[in-house]
Design a binder for this molecule. Structure first.
Ligand code: F6R
Length: 265
């Protein structure tokens, strides 16, 4: 695992955007796994900026999002499809028909919708770079604590904590869904590179458990310990509970010398 501790959320976004850029430089038709929520907003803003400066193109890129609310229509402003349109897709040169979210319509059998999504990821050749956030309870995607580490795309019920954390995004009288379809943990572990971004003190406990705790279904992000190529890109606040922080800083300084010379991918 690569553990990168940076000064603040902007530095986290810059670092993550540089990784996306390097990947697309070498592989313009890369497959990206994307997340929604607060944390990647700065990353998407940075990617839009790089696109406007003609430094990055998404023309050949395909994307697969981690999750989508169940029973929320794609054109609903609260859907993750709308979020992606607003924050990234409508602002870059991506072909929207190459962008996928795990959608399960009202009349669809969730098992068929799940198998279809897994099949699409496989047909695309797998995910080259998966962006992840982390819940306060350690979830990745909507794989809540007790999710099987061998899980595949499926419907999950959100915990009360996750519903509360996301309630800030819903106005008074707006129905907040408590179910979602999410990529599974095994699906995430199949990605060739996984990059978990975390900022702010409210993530410090989950980050500590994911990196330095035991691999456990009670902290789904700890499954990244089983990933052969995963990075945790953290700001100081999110890294505050890491016992080994000084070691991670010196390893990162050494690694940076190598990646500057030879590249990361
Ligand atoms: C969103 C997702 C979630 C979030 C997590 C953190 O697609 O998969 O796991 O990454 O809930 O959310 P924020 O970034 O809003 O704190």
């Amino acid at each position: 695992m690569e553990i990168v501790v940076l000064s603040d959320p902007n530095a986290v976004a810059d670092f993550a955007a540089a990784r996306v850029c390097e990947l697309l430089d070498g592989k313009p038709a890369a497959v990206l796994g994307l997340a929604t929520g607060n944390t990647p907003l700065r990353l998407y803003a940075k990617l839009v900026e790089l696109h406007r400066a003609a430094k990055i193109s998404f023309r050949e890129v395909r994307t697969f999002n981690l999750d989508e609310y169940l029973g929320v229509a794609p054109d609903d402003p609260q859907s993750y499809r709308s979020y992606m349109q607003r924050e990234l897709f409508a602002k870059v040169d991506i072909d929207v028909s190459n962008t996928y979210l795990p959608v399960c319509g009202e009349h669809d059998d969730p098992r068929d919708a799940s198998a279809d999504y897994e099949g699409r990821i496989r047909d695309a050749g797998g995910i080259d770079l998966q962006v992840l956030g982390i819940g306060r309870n350690g979830h990745i995607g909507f794989n809540e604590p007790t999710s099987s580490l061998a899980s595949r795309t499926r419907v999950k019920t959100l915990t009360a904590d996750t519903v509360a954390a996301n309630s800030r995004l819903f106005g008074e009288g707006e129905r907040q869904p408590d179910m979602a379809m999410t990529m599974g943990i095994a699906t995430i572990l199949d990605s060739r590179y996984a990059m978990l971004l975390a900022t702010g003190t409210e993530k410090a406990r989950a980050v500590g458990a994911a990196i330095e705790g035991a691999v456990s279904a009670m902290c789904p992000a700890s499954a990244l310990q089983l990933h052969p190529n995963a990075s945790f890109i953290l700001d100081e606040a999110a890294a505050a509970e890491l016992a080994g922080i000084e070691h991670y800083r010196s390893v990162h300084a050494e690694n940076s010398r190598l990646t500057t010379k030879f590249g990361f991918f």
